[in-house]
Design a protein around this ligand. Sequence first.
Ligand code: SF4
Length: 341
Amino acid sequence: MRLWMPDRVFFEPSAQAYPMGQKILEFCENHKIPILETTSHNQIRGIPGENEKAKYANAKKTLVVGTKKSLKLDVCKPSAHYQFSLMTNCPGHCEYCYLFTTQGKKPYVRVYVNLQDIFAAIDKYSGERLPETTSFEAASTGDPLAVEHITGGLKETIEHFGTLAHAKLRVVTKFANVEPVLNAEHHGHTRFRFSINTEHVINRFEHNTDSLQKRLEAAQKIARAGYEIGFLVAPIILHEDWEEAYKHLIDQVRAYIPREVEGAITFELIQHRFTGNAKKIILERYPNTKLDMDENKRTLKYGKYGRMKYVYPKSEVSEMKAYISDLITASFPDGRIQYFT
Ligand code: SF4
């Protein structure tokens, strides 16, 4: 897939004063991308679109460059101690995107240029837990690798963590644009995970992301660059022939991953879930979606902040968990399944 290019870029007033703001400005000028100003991302006007579907598509081609104001970090269970944001949203068009309920009304891609403020917050939170090591997730509000060719922010972040003895960075992506970070001085403090799924799921639901093959090639490069690596199998969907398809998926991972790194590989398993609100948004944006969101086939579970979400019934959860865990253990006897949720 070609690297993402926005159709328009909005700058918040202070953003151009930062080195990353300057870098993005230069990128826009070199690529002749229209540059617009906005007093705040909340004031953005002029993203075209006659209906929700068109507005959404155009917002996904819009980049907003600003500063991260709130530096209070949220906890990030079960993947890390805390999460922080280098960006919000992402250029991908996954029909089930986990960001729909939190960023539903503002799907444009935002990046934050005040990296030193973000790093200071990371240092503060990790300092509070010394001598314990603290882990930080960088991809809870977006996919920073998808815009790395424009910002360079992920590489700087990786190198900042490279200097911290008691902090670990975790990144997850559905993109393959790893070249900019291959020579980063990570010092083994970053775990790169690739979100993977069956061809059935990727082809039907994960539009504008890289193919499975590209993600696995990228994972191979990242492993060879000395990073710790992992895979998120997510969202697990019980589609027709799912057993065969997930077996094929794990076989493909096995084929791409060098034997010498397999002991350090982690797997995170996440079943598909949706909320009533997310279903409404998905049906507006993808009226012909084939995503199965039949509440009658699911069971209700309390999520974060008391939100109710629909998950697979217990018997199906047990079956998928056991089946996929067995596949992983058979192919990666030294790998580690971190959680199933
Ligand atoms: S890649 Fe991740 S963040 Fe981007 S649209 Fe897909 S699920 Fe959402």
